[in-house]
Design a protein around this ligand. Sequence first.
Ligand code: SAH
Length: 253
Amino acid sequence: MFALGEKVLLIDSKKRRYLFTLELDGEFHTHSGFMRHTEIVGTHEGSTVRSSKGADYIVLRPTLEDFVIQMPRGAQVIYPKDLAPICMIADIYPGVKVFESGLGSGALSMTMLRYGAVIDGYEIREDFANRAQTNVREFLGAESLNNFRVSIKDVYAGITESGFDRMVLDLPEPWRVVPHAEKSLRTGGILVAYSPSITQAVKTRETMADGWLDHRTLEVLHRTWHIEGSSVRPDHRMVAHTGFLTSARFVGA
Ligand code: SAH
């Protein structure tokens, strides 16, 4: 049953999604009326609740995907379609030591933390670093911050720590981090860089020269389908492009 302090996802008849935290004095308002949060407290997932103007909403617990899409953002986030493949390509597992930069709004951080990563992260902007930590705490709980060590630093200037299993980059110029990665990644470690532009991917690939193996660049195409009665076809609209994922393994210079 839902309790105060929990996050809840409401879905209306038009499939619009509303995510918020249940508070004692909280009210949920839309153009279709309002309801007190306490009316949701005590219901089960899958229940229907009704607003003051008679609009029905289905009540569910939000998934990480729901949260990433709805959470407050500073910088642009990496979308779920790329978050999970990044974790697969970077081979994120419980206890893996990951270096991440930049942190932005923390979408990638919270996904890797959920897969069990222990992250050292560099973010140049303090407001984004705070936003990332707040988002992580909001969704994964305060104890997850024990696995998320954040420094306000310019990663292009160098990386102090070393012995990382993985390095995951979402930066305008990831190739500038490759020389630092060669000092901070362990032998056999994997670097993954997410970049919107193919020229960024090419430059990163070219910089991962001696000592790097198994290079790959790919993009993830995610096309949803409309399934209703006999009308079964791809949706008319899709997000055609987000970013390229470039990876390689470091085996020592
Ligand atoms: N992957 C993040 C979004 C990162 S956006 C997410 O999923 O939420 C890119 C981030 O890189 C921004 O926050 C920006 O401030 C940071 N950044 C840019 N240059 C940097 C640098 N030289 N060192 C550290 N962080 C940097």
